[in-house]
Structure formats: C-alpha cells, structure tokens
Design a protein around this ligand. Structure first.
Ligand SMILES: Cc1cc2nc3c(=O)[nH]c(=O)nc-3n(C[C@H](O)[C@H](O)[C@H](O)COP(=O)(O)O)c2cc1C
Ligand code: SF4
Ligand code: SF4
Length: 263
C-alpha cells in the first residue's frame, strides 16, 4: 500500500478534524503541521498529498503560503494533490483554494482536486460564537463525505478556481496587519498559568514573562486558538471578546492540537 500524507494548519480544530477524517479513509496516512518553521522535505514517495487549512480573510493563512513555498516535494511530484479549505461560509472563501493552486503551479505541481468545506465560523474578534457547534459539526461531517469519496476516487475537479482581484485586496490588507494584531491581545489576572495557550499556538508565538503570564511575540497568524482554548477566558482582544462565548471543535481536545504543533 502506498504512503499518503496530509499537511494541516488549524487553530480551533476544524481543519484538524477534517484532515483526520480524510486520513482515516485514505489509510496509511500521516498528518503533519504546516506551522513548522523549517523547510519540509518529502524524501519518500507518496501517492496522495493533501493540504487542509482554514480560510483567513478570503484566502490561505500566510503560514500555509510560507510552508508551501519552502516545501520540497522531491520524489512525489506525480502524487495526487488535493486541498480542502475549511471556512465559515463557502461564499466568502473565494480565493482560499485558488491561491494554493497558484503556489503549487509555481513549483511545477498540479493541484488535482480542491474543495471548500463550511464549518463553524470562529472569528470571535468580530462576532459572538453561536450555540450550535454540535449541530454544525454534524452538518460538516455530512458535507465532508462526498469530498472524501472524490479524494478516494482520485477525482480531478477544480471548480471556479480563478483568483478574484477584489477579494485579493481584502486578503492582502489582512495578511499585512495580522502578525502585529496580537499587540491588542491582553491577558487578565484570571490566568491560572496552565500553559494551554502556548501549547496550542501553531506558530510558537507565545512565551511566558517573569510574572508567568503569557505574552505574544508579533508573528501571530490570528488563528485565535489561544483565545478560544483558554479555560478561564483570560486572553481577550481589546475589550471586544470578554463577554463572547468560546468555540473549539467538539471532537478535538486541545491536547490534539498541542501534539500536532509540537514539531
Ligand atoms: C483570521 C480569520 C479570518 C477568517 N476569515 C474567513 C473568511 O474570509 N471566510 C470564511 O468563510 N471564514 C473565515 N474564517 C473562519 C474560519 O475559516 C473557519 O472557522 C475555519 O474552519 C477555522 O478552522 P480551524 O478550526 O482549523 O482553525 C476566518 C477565521 C479567522 C480566525
Ligand atoms: S498567538 Fe494566539 S492567535 Fe496568534 S498564532 Fe498563536 S494561538 Fe494563534
Ligand atoms: S491558557 Fe489562559 S489560563 Fe492558561 S496560561 Fe494561557 S492565558 Fe493563562
């Protein structure tokens, strides 16, 4: 049986959950974090190579772009390549897969299949979290089934994969400001120094000061894992999130994200 691999980026667990479901069906499939700061080289030959990641401001997380740019495929150039962009709404995930196709093309790789998967929308900075996490996760599971079927059949399908210039402008603005938006994060005295925020951060952007409170190192991806996973809601964005509910995928405990990100 051939080897398969899925590269994942995930803050609140949606993309990790989707990647795990796909991996179960593909068999013999590893899952690797795209938060990795080093150049990643695939020395073995793989049959299927997948990328599963959230949509950020209509596009792909900057870290995913960075990872793919430094990625060395070596013996797997002819593998079946797929992408699944999880998102709050497929209508606002416009460029999330088109951008990946372009990046891969620059490296001489053809993306064979790309799909968007609507999941719970976690952008707590702008709105409160809904109470429907369980229902929405069940719906996402139904929507993921045909996608998995297509990947297993090695379907070639790239629908509407043209980069939209207006969406690209929104995306560029966000990507420029995102790393420093953590200047607006604050940590309250409610902090119990449990260390979860540091462990779930996919890009090692959190350290502890002498007061044992976390501080942020300004290469933030805005994945919001730290805000959502803090058990006492001690991390907040300005004065916007204190009274908002938190969300993490119901089937992905923080320990799984911690394990994924301990590259
Ligand atoms: C910074 C940020 C920007 C986002 N922008 C979009 C967007 O433009 N369109 C969309 O549909 N969802 C957007 N979302 C929602 C996420 O893509 C969605 O909740 C995703 O499934 C989260 O995946 P994760 O749990 O693996 O981190 C955004 C979320 C964040 C944190
Ligand atoms: S500091 Fe928080 S929001 Fe920023 S990348 Fe790390 S976990 Fe995500
Ligand atoms: S997750 Fe919350 S309580 Fe735990 S160390 Fe981070 S800020 Fe403190």
């Amino acid at each position: 049986m051939g080897k398969n691999i899925i590269f994942v980026f995930s803050g609140t667990g949606n993309s990790l959950w989707a990647a795990k479901k796909i991996a179960e069906e593909l068999e013999n499939c590893e899952i690797v974090s795209m938060g990795c700061p080093k150049k990643y080289t695939l020395t073995d030959e793989y049959d299927v190579i997948g990328f599963v990641y959230p949509t950020y401001y209509r596009g792909i997380p900057a870290k995913v772009e960075d990872f793919v740019a430094r990625f060395d495929f070596q013996n797997s150039r002819n593998a079946y390549f797929f992408a699944v962009a999880t998102c709050g709404s497929v209508n606002t995930a416009c460029n999330a897969t088109a951008q990946l196709r372009k990046l891969l093309k620059r490296k001489g790789i053809t993306l064979n299949y790309a799909e968007k998967l609507a999941m719970f929308s976690n952008y707590i900075i702008m709105y409160n979290m809904r109470d429907t996490a369980l229902e929405e996760s069940r719906e996402s599971a139904c929507n993921l089934e045909p996608i998995i079927g297509n990947i297993k059949k090695r379907t070639f399908a790239l629908t509407k994969l043209r980069i939209k210039p207006f969406e690209q402008l929104i995306y560029k603005g966000f990507v420029h400001f995102a790393p420093h938006m953590d200047k607006h994060y604050n940590v309250s005295d409610a902090c119990i120094h449990c260390g979860i925020c540091q462990k779930v951060c996919p890009v090692n952007n959190i350290d502890y000061g002498q007061d044992k409170k976390p501080y942020f190192k300004h290469h933030c991806e805005q994945c919001l894992a730290c805000i959502h996973h803090c058990p006492v809601k001690a991390i907040n964005y300005k004065d916007k999130t204190q009274n908002r509910k938190r969300y993490t995928h119901p089937d992905i405990p923080w320990q799984e994200l911690s394990k994924l990100n301990s590259y």
